[in-house]
Design a protein. Sequence first.
Length: 99
Amino acid sequence: MSQPPLYVRRPFLAGVIRQLPLLAVLVMVGVGLVVVAFDHWRKGVVIMGVALMGAALLRLLLPVRRVGFLAVRSRPVDVVLLAVTGLAVTVIVLTIPFP
């Protein structure tokens, strides 16, 4: 006899697993904020920009049932908005001259 799917047996665990991509992105953004708090704003903002580009990559590669709340709009719109925003943040912060 086969077991029922995980979302039937343990719905909370299945929900947490489904949100792991979003959690990974939020952890990276949190690390960037901590770095900014320790007066390394340029490195921190670059980490946050890379986190956004990583979110775009996760949204591109993962199926809808695994991507969780990273799926807000259609896949192409999500990927383009996340990638362009991450790239723009990273490029802008790297082009600001050192004082």
